[in-house]
Write a protein that binds this ligand. Structure first.
Ligand SMILES: [Zn+2]
Length: 601
């Protein structure tokens, strides 16, 4: 690593020619197309063999049927991944888009024709299903089958489900779309310029304070013009959720979400309790940030201000070779299996890092299918953040690679476990980078941006979960809620997190109204906190137990989604139902804040 003035950041970094080779999937579109036809044929055969017959299958025949179903998913997933990756690498070519669209349409038809299989299983009489589940033949697929049964008590009859599905398009589906369109069309007047929501939000990260203040006022003012409509949409979503929960017999507004995340209500409560019990940490962090920015107290529009004390000025620059070395050595020193797996990605052309016209932005690791291997896409520019992105996606890649042995139906994890390996790997890399950084100013800047992320994913999301909890309960108890009532509950839950460390202005009381998760996926937000804090807690166990933990962690990743998260985690020796486990992760956050406080002196 060398230090360079930031105006030279555009210099060559060696990732210009790092592209992936999709030949491991297909060497031509024609070949992929033939597999698509093969999948369609197999689906027809599968349906004609099993439709209406699942109840007649004994354990052996059921296992055989699932095996065929799994192989079909794998085949279809391979074609889909190929079409998607090819398009991602060059979205500009119309034939790439056309083939992707063709595959998506074909697989949607195909998946529809296979829906009966899981549905018939779900509707088997309980006793019959339980007998099958205990048969040794079936054990390989037990978890997959159990997950389907989770929803058995909550599905309605087939005609009822059909009516609900049809009516929801013009019901709740129309309201959420109206919400999206309203916000997309809304202009925010920033110093005479009409900005979009994204543009005005990004100005909250500027270092010029007056820009941040004006952007915040523009956002509030713009939201204010549509507040009655936004309030109406929110009320509709809350009422819809209440009636859906009643019809489907869910005891609590969050129960359905917890079921699909495969975690118990008890575990989620332990998480929420642990985090909200440590809001002193968010307060302490924002006080430190205020001191470093020399703004005391911070106001709501200062929360995302950058603390520029090091990396930007010194322009820490990484060539691709250096990034590769940093990431490989961080993973290798954790466990040789991690090092070797990561090396495969580099050596076998499983990474596309070059920036090209037409290539999609951002970064991801696509797991593809168990019979193939993952591919990583990113856009490498040589910045510190890119090295962290590479480490993050490599974590996903290793997780996906190690869990291939679970097969197409059980390799991937539910949402709550999806970021385990990526955030953990990022942490390993962050630790090794911060040790390499010699200048205290660079270390402080790295720490502050790391803690900023933790504040956003752990504390902010739990405060938002608190807001959601308040509005769902209030709507059920009080009836339709006014904009002011939403604002009151929003400020209450935000104050809890800041504890006076950030001054919340009155204009901030409407900022609940643009958050899409509340409208699209009620209950979603705690999953961010779950994932991040789970990793910080596991990392804490790792620092305490060292090698004893490492082997267990490898097995956890290899298990993929083959069992309940709580059970898989219990095998690594942690009890996520215990608030004490989550406190370990919070202690790790406290240590980061302490480190930053020490460096700032
Ligand atoms: Zn990720």
């Amino acid at each position: 690593m060398t230090t360079q003035p930031s105006d030279q950041l555009e210099r060559p970094h060696g990732a210009e020619n790092i592209t992936w080779n999709l030949d491991d999937l297909y060497s031509s579109v024609e070949e992929a197309d033939r597999d698509l036809e093969k999948a369609a044929q197999q689906a027809t055969e599968f349906a004609s063999t099993y439709r209406g017959r699942v109840a007649e299958l004994d354990a052996g025949a059921l296992t055989q049927a699932i095996g065929r179903f799994e192989a079909l998913q794998d085949l279809l997933g391979r074609v889909d991944a190929f079409a998607y990756l090819r398009w991602s690498a060059d979205t500009g070519k119309p034939e790439h888009g056309a083939f992707l669209q063709k595959v998506r349409e074909a697989s949607s038809r195909l998946i529809q024709s296979l829906l009966f299989f899981e549905l018939e299983w779900m509707l088997l009489p309980e006793e019959h299903a339980n007998t099958l589940l205990t048969a040794p033949d079936v054990s390989r697929y037990r978890h997959y089958l159990e997950v389907q049964l989770l929803f058995r008590q909550h599905v309605l009859t087939e005609p009822e489900e059909k009516i609900l599905a049809v009516k929801s398009v013009n019901g709740i589906g129309a309201w959420t779309r109206y919400f999206d369109q309203m916000l997309a069309a809304l202009k925010f007047n920033f110093r005479g310029q009409p900005l979009s929501e994204q543009e005005v939000l990004s100005k909250l990260q500027e270092s010029d304070r007056s820009v941040r203040r004006d952007a915040a006022l523009a956002l509030s003012k713009g939201l204010g013009t549509r507040l009655p409509d936004l309030t109406f949409v929110f009320n509709t979503v809350l009422a819809e959720k209440a009636s859906d929960d009643r019809l489907r017999r869910y005891p609590h507004w969050l129960s359905a979400r917890n079921l699909s995340n495969q975690v118990s209500d008890e575990t989620v409560e332990a998480l929420v309790k642990a985090v909200s019990g440590r809001f002193d940490l968010s307060a302490r962090y924002y006080r430190l940030k205020g001191k470093l920015l020399q703004i005391e107290p911070l106001e709501d529009f200062d929360r995302y201000a950058p603390v520029k004390t090091g990396t930007e000025e010194t322009g820490w620059f990484f060539t691709w070779e250096e990034a590769r070395e940093v990431v490989l050595s961080a993973y290798q020193s954790f466990h040789p299996v991690f090092g070797e797996t990561a090396r495969r990605f580099f050596d076998s052309e499983w990474i596309d890092a070059a920036i090209r016209d037409g290539k999609r932005g951002g970064a991801f690791s696509h797991g593809v299918v168990p019979s193939a291997h993952p591919f990583i896409l990113m856009n490498y520019t040589g910045k510190l953040r890119d090295v962290q992105t590479l480490a993050h996606e490599m974590g996903h890649g290793i997780h996906q690679y190690l869990s291939r042995k679970q097969g197409a139906l059980q390799a991937s994890t539910p949402l709550t476990m999806a970021e385990t390996a990526s955030v953990f790997g990022e942490m390993l890399t962050f630790r090794s980078l911060i040790e390499r950084a010699q200048k205290p100013a660079v270390r402080l800047s790295m720490l502050m941006s790391k803690i900023d992320d933790t504040m956003a994913t752990v504390f902010r999301q739990i405060a938002m979960n608190g807001f959601e909890d308040s509005i769902h309960k209030a709507r059920r108890a009080e009836g339709e809620l006014s904009s002011d009532r939403f604002g009151e509950l929003w400020i209450q839950n935000q104050e809890a997190m800041f504890q006076g460390s950030v001054k919340l202005n009155t204009h901030y009381a409407t900022w609940w109204s643009y958050i899409p998760h509340f409208v699209h996926t009620p209950g979603y937000v705690y999953a961010y906190a779950f994932g991040e804090l789970l990793v910080l807690s596991l990392y804490q166990v790792y620092t305490e137990q060292g090698d004893a933990f490492v082997e267990k962690y490898v097995r956890l990743l290899e298990a993929g989604g083959s069992d309940w998260p709580e059970r898989l985690l219990a095998e690594t020796g942690v009890d996520v139902k215990d608030p004490g486990f989550w406190s370990g992760g919070l202690r790790a956050v406290e240590q980061l804040i302490q480190e930053a406080e020490t460096l700032s002196r």
